[in-house]
Design a protein around this ligand. Structure first.
Ligand SMILES: CC1=C(CCC(=O)O)c2cc3nc(cc4[nH]c(cc5[nH]c(cc1n2)c(C)c5CCC(=O)O)c(CCC(=O)O)c4C)C(CCC(=O)O)=C3C
Ligand SMILES: [Fe+2]
Length: 370
């Protein structure tokens, strides 16, 4: 029997021939803790006491950060989703601060003959730390890998506005609220604090302050969904964790534990923490929220419920793959509407030349207009 063969569809990820999951990294044993921390903090003026304290967070947990295992699970989930969609394409992890380092993963891609990679950052927001620094890491990695001169790397847009990111988080918060008394219960969104100056430089010059702005939009959208069911609960507030620089340097505030103490004085008895700044339950979440914030709440009679991060929720994985396909369509010259459910959300895939200006002087960066 002869079946007329249809015109082969363009693979949804063409022109990309590989996917690079770009992440922070973390130690996976006691002996990896100090080398990791030295890489993270080189030239950053982090006080020695702070470093000691952070090292102890890792050592107390076997020297193992959960982040790498979670990223390996995300690599597998993305690869499986792409294969299901008929797009068997290699997905590999590359880190800034621990093996597998970006340069090594890029070396593997080059050795296997790859020409054009799509980078997926595990961070969903715009700022120097969460976006531009990764773009600089990519430029540096490509510059040290032999044969990578022709390799093209693009990235997906910041993806905090994906419908799944907001819906999954709202669902977690609603499940945690259950039937808790609304007048003594609050919802706090939590993210990684950054220096005020880094926030002021986040985003393209036309819309600076984007790190905070993106978080506020996500939290407002989560709050709308929560309050549709529980109108008596006040809109969620944004708080921060993991401040590290010297006390003299202003960072985004309030700190989650300070706010818990303040809420206790206002008569609040239960706080649901939605870690909207974090994609998986890595060390900041486990240490600063599950340990420190829970203890701070306990000390003042506030029950603290930390809801899960989005992790590898299948809805998120599907939305990420859809966003990757959007980026590929764009690379093929098509106009693609922004995949966001946040009104007025700014999320270019291709960063402006001055996007998230470095506080450390200009350095080469990939995935931007040069
Ligand atoms: C915005 C942001 C994200 C989210 C975006 C993203 O995911 O990239 C993030 C993620 C992470 N940060 C992490 C770890 C650390 N961050 C530090 C230090 C810093 N983070 C900063 C910002 C951010 N960090 C900043 C402005 C500093 C000051 C020094 C500097 O300007 O660079 C330090 C030094 C010690 C300390 O002071 O805490 C450590 C150990 C881990 C790994 C966790 C694990 O092991 O599970 C992850 C995922
Ligand atoms: Fe950090």
């Amino acid at each position: 029997m002869v079946i007329s063969s249809p015109v082969a569809p363009v693979p949804a990820l063409a022109p990309y021939d590989g996917v690079l999951l770009v992440s922070f990294g973390g130690p996976e044993g006691h002996d990896e803790v100090m080398p990791f921390l030295e890489r993270v903090t080189a030239g950053r003026g982090i006080p020695a006491e702070r470093l000691e304290e952070v090292a102890s967070h890792y050592h107390r947990r076997g020297g193992i950060s959960p982040i790498n295992a979670q990223n390996r699970a995300l690599v597998d989930a993305l690869a499986a989703e792409l294969a299901t969609a008929g797009e068997p394409i290699p997905v590999r992890l590359g880190n800034r601060n621990s093996p597998p380092f970006l340069a090594d993963t890029i070396q593997e891609f080059v050795a296997a003959g790859h020409k054009r990679l799509l980078a997926v950052l595990t961070s969903a927001y715009s700022s120097y730390s969460s976006c531009r620094q990764y773009r600089e890491n990519l430029a540096e990695a490509v510059s040290v890998v032999a044969g990578a001169d022709d390799l093209v790397i693009d990235k997906i847009a910041p993806w905090h506005g994906l419908p799944a990111f907001v819906e999954i988080t709202a669902g977690h918060v609603l499940a945690a609220l259950a039937d808790r008394p609304p007048h003594t219960t609050r919802v706090l969104g939590v993210t990684h604090s950054i220096p005020q100056a880094m926030n002021d430089a986040s985003g393209p010059p036309s819309v600076r302050g984007l790190y905070l702005d993106q978080h506020e939009r996500v939290l407002a959208a989560v709050g709308d969904r929560v309050r549709a069911r529980h109108p008596e609960i006040p809109a969620p507030e944004l708080v921060y964790c993991s401040r590290s620089g010297p006390p003299s340097q202003p960072w985004l505030e309030p700190d989650v534990s300070d706010r818990l103490r303040g809420l206790a004085q206002e008569g609040v008895r239960c706080v649901v923490l939605a870690p909207i700044g974090f994609v998986s339950d890595h060390m900041e979440v486990v240490s600063d929220l599950d340990t420190d914030a829970v203890a701070a709440g306990e000390a003042v009679g506030v029950e603290v419920i930390r809801v899960p991060t989005v992790g590898t929720d299948p809805r998120l994985v599907r939305d990420l793959v859809a966003l990757m396909a959007d980026r590929a369509a764009q690379a093929r010259g098509l106009e693609v509407p922004a995949r966001t459910i946040l009104a007025g959300d700014q999320r270019p895939a291709e960063c402006d030349a001055d996007c998230c200006a470095s506080l450390r002087g200009p350095r080469p960066a990939l995935c931007g207009v040069s």
